[in-house]
Design a protein around this ligand. Structure first.
Ligand code: CP
Length: 306
């Protein structure tokens, strides 16, 4: 039995196969419409979500399966003090696969140790968000035609943004990747990622504060929201929240073939006027999230469709 805790749980070859499967699902949805008949996905979300929960559910429904679950800790027995390990023992009796989001780093890992069904980490605190990374990789590969030889700008809350941490971990395994880390001093990428991931893998990167300085050299701009829920005080959040706003004027500095990604939700960091720019790819990215989660469910359940 396999779980997905981190993007590194798949080798690069396995990731390529998963992304190929997602592309085939995109092209031939009818072929997969009954692949999970009789199977159930449980979504255990102890933290708010729109895309991750609903795209997992849409993925299972598209495969002909069923879904059950809860969308907040308050509406589950966690509110009465039930532990993650007891909860997952129950869910193993009710479902065939489970996606879990939790505010505490490592909670899905605890769940795996007590589970008899595959667990998908759907985001754990400021740690990892591997299914968002699969979505990001599929989006980049589909739009740019490759995952090698890319200059990727990561902009915003690089300290608390788990999507950025997961994406860096995944991309350092490809050749010719260069990062431009765009953040205010207070929200710099943590040293455990800079040193243990970027430096250790000898991946070139540059840290800048001004988005305008990075834009002309990017293949991908990955915008992120300032993570209000992870700040210790409201004052710091308010000071940081509008540090970056990508607007039409700034987009004039970007290459014609650069794409803008964002895991969403956005707050103010991308002006709505950018949505009509053909380089704005964040809503297409959310659609790719359904295909890749369909591919992931099939892979973890070891279901093959000819
Ligand atoms: N991208 C993402 O994780 O969105 P949600 O928080 O809405 O699931």
């Amino acid at each position: 039995m396999r779980h997905l805790m981190s993007p590194l749980d798949f080798t690069v070859e396995e990731l390529d196969q998963l992304l190929d499967l997602a592309n085939d699902i995109e092209k031939n949805p009818a072929k997969y419409a009954h692949a999970c008949e009789g199977k159930k996905l449980a979504t255990l979300f102890y933290e708010p979500s729109t895309r991750t929960r609903l795209s997992h559910e849409a993925a299972m429904l598209n495969l002909g399966g069923n879904v059950l679950g809860f969308s907040s800790a308050d509406s589950s027995s966690a509110a009465k003090g039930e532990t993650v390990s007891d909860t997952i023992r129950m869910i193993s009796c009710y479902a065939d696969i489970c996606a879990m989001r939790h505010p505490k780093e490592g909670a899905p890992m605890v769940a795996c140790k007590h589970s008899s069904i595959p667990i998908i980490n759907a985001g754990d605190g400021g740690h990892q968000h591997p299914t968002q990374t699969l979505t990001d990789l599929l989006t980049i590969r589909s739009l740019k035609g490759r995952l090698n030889n890319l200059t990727i700008g990561l902009c915003g809350d690089l300290k608390f943004g788990r999507t950025v941490h997961s994406l860096i971990n995944a991309l350092v395994r490809y050749t010719g990747i260069r990062f431009i880390l765009i953040s205010p001093e207070e929200l710099r990428l943590p040293s455990y990622i800079r040193e243990d991931v970027l430096d250790r893998n000898e991946v070139p990167y540059q840290e800048v504060v001004r988005l305008e300085d990075a834009l002309p050299s990017l293949d991908i701009l990955y915008m992120t929201r300032v993570q209000k829920e992870r700040f210790f005080n409201e004052e710091d959040y308010i000071r940081m929240k509008d540090f970056y706003i990508l607007d039409k004027k700034k987009m004039e500095l970007a290459p014609e073939d650069m794409y803008v990604l964002h895991p969403l939700p956005r707050v103010n960091e991308i002006a709505v006027e950018v949505d009509d720019d053909p380089r704005a790819a964040y809503f297409r990215q959310a659609q790719y999230g359904v295909y890749v989660r369909m591919a992931l469910i099939l892979t973890l359940l070891d279901i093959h469709v000819d």
